[in-house]
Each structure stands twice: as structure tokens, then as C-alpha cells.
Design a protein around this ligand. Structure first.
Ligand code: AP5
Ligand code: MG
Ligand code: ZN
Length: 211
């Protein structure tokens, strides 16, 4: 099974990806996570991310292309945060065609912008990859990771001005992809404003039907 998790910043893509990976044993491919790793050694990427801007298509496509060639994706993958522009979507179609891989669905997790802002403002993350929310998904000890005990921090792009920029970038460059995938008959609408468990149930119901 090969799926795309699509939706605005803060929709819950990363949160749902963790649950899907646990239950269905697919590989989670988050371009955001890959760039957060890459930015440690790349100033250009670091600056673009901190400003809430997109990384140039060529860079993104090249990185995903390399990743999709690895053996572990053969059992199925879950793309999170890619594609984000029409050019990226077209490049992905080309890649998949070459490898003879089919997409099963594009889950469009929608939430109102006000809700996205609330979620992002309260998100706290750990260097180990764990993610929390100060109200909706609290760690057992405030400010400390349940998994490794490290201090929780705020993502640099989660500051209010940057969040607004990310939402604008989403509206202008990413949202048009909904029509692209509707035309391809792949869009599955998910109401992301529900609680985590309910959102997961909506996704799992589709996966069950497709299997
Ligand atoms: P990326 O990391 O992809 O960020 P994003 O799309 O902005 O999405 P987020 O990670 O902020 O939100 P999410 O939907 O994963 O929400 P989460 O589950 O964490 O990209 C970052 C940057 O990398 C980009 O700005 C760009 O610079 C670059 N980049 C990445 N991909 C690129 C590409 N393809 N092309 C070009 N550039 C690219 O949830 C958010 C919070 O809400 C959490 O605290 C969570 O606990 C809470 N929460 C989740 N679900 C619920 C719920 N149902 N109820 C209540 N709270 C919830
Ligand atoms: Mg994410
Ligand atoms: Zn941790």
C-alpha cells in the first residue's frame, strides 16, 4: 500500500503517520523530517525552513527520488509533506511510473487555519523525533520527553509569524494539488478537526477497504 498524507501545516500528518506506520508496517517518508536532518549541515535549507518557505523543487525531488529507490519502500510507503507543488506531483508521477508503483490514495486531512495555528503554537518536540502538544498530547512530566527524558523544544518554524507564512505558502502553492489528485480519483477527505483517535479511524476505514 502506498499513500500520501496531504494537508496544511498542523493538520496532524506527522501524528497520524506514526499511528499508520505502527499498524500497517509501511515506511514513513516525511520530507520535513528529512530536511530537519539536512539543515544541520546546510545553511540554505536551514534559512528557508526558518522563514517558512519551500525548498526548491529540484532539491526536494532529487532527495525523494533517491529515497524511493531503497528496498524498504517496496512493502509500502506513506509520504508526508510531499508533494507540495504541482511540479513535485508531476515528478512523483514520473518516478512511480518508472518503478511501476501505484498510489492507493491521497488522504486530504483538512482543518481550519485557526485550529492549525492553535495546534502548532502548542506543539513541543524532542530531538528523538517524539512530538507533543501542551494541551492535546501532554508529556508525563512537563517539558520532558516520555521516551528519552530530554528537554522538549519548539520547532524554529513554529513561531507565530512563520506559521502565518507557512499557511500562506500552503494556500498558494500546495492547495491547488487537491484538484490534481481529485482528477486522478485519489482524494479521500478526512476531517482533521476531530480528535486523534477519530481521525485515525477515518483513515483506517479507507485502508481496510482498499486492501
Ligand atoms: P513539514 O515538516 O512537512 O511541516 P508542515 O507541513 O508545516 O506540517 P507540520 O509538521 O507542521 O504539521 P503536521 O500536519 O505534521 O502536524 P502534527 O501531526 O505535528 O515541513 C517543514 C518545512 O520543510 C516546510 O516549511 C519547508 O520549508 C520544508 N519542506 C518539507 N517538505 C517540503 C516539500 N515537499 N517541498 C518543499 N519544502 C518542503 O500536529 C501538530 C500538533 O497538533 C502537534 O502538537 C500534535 O500533538 C497536535 N495534534 C495532532 N493531531 C491532533 C488532533 N486530532 N487533535 C488535537 N491535537 C492534535
Ligand atoms: Mg509534520
Ligand atoms: Zn525524546
Amino acid at each position: 500500500m502506498n499513500y500520501i498524507l496531504f494537508g496544511p501545516p498542523g493538520a496532524g500528518k506527522g501524528t497520524q503517520a506514526k499511528k499508520i506506520v505502527e499498524k500497517y508496517n509501511v515506511v514513513h517518508l516525511s520530507t520535513g523530517d528529512m530536511f530537519r536532518e539536512a539543515k544541520k549541515s546546510d545553511e540554505k535549507i536551514s534559512a528557508l525552513m526558518a522563514a517558512g518557505k519551500l525548498i526548491p523543487d529540484e532539491t526536494v525531488v532529487e532527495m525523494v527520488q533517491k529515497r524511493l529507490k531503497k528496498d524498504d519502500v517496496k512493502n509500502g510507503f506513506l509520504l508526508d509533506g510531499f508533494p507540495r507543488t504541482l511540479n513535485q506531483a508531476k515528478a512523483l508521477d514520473e518516478m512511480l511510473k518508472k518503478e511501476n508503483i501505484k498510489l492507493d490514495a491521497v488522504f486530504f486531512i483538512s482543518i481550519p487555519h485557526e485550529e492549525a495555528i492553535k495546534r502548532i503554537a502548542g506543539r513541543r518536540v524532542c530531538g528523538c523525533g517524539a512530538s507533543y502538544h501542551i494541551h492535546f498530547l501532554k508529556s508525563k512530566i512537563e517539558g520532558k520527553c516520555d521516551l528519552c527524558g530530554s528537554d522538549l523544544i519548539q520547532r524554529v518554524d513554529d513561531k507565530e509569524e512563520t506559521v502565518m507564512e507557512r499557511l500562506t505558502v500552503y494556500d498558494n502553492q500546495t492547495k491547488p494539488l487537491i484538484d490534481y489528485y481529485k482528477t486522478a480519483g485519489l482524494i479521500v477527505n478526512i476531517d482533521g478537526a476531530q480528535d486523534e483517535k477519530n481521525v485515525f479511524e477515518q483513515i483506517a476505514a479507507t485502508i481496510k477497504n482498499k486492501k
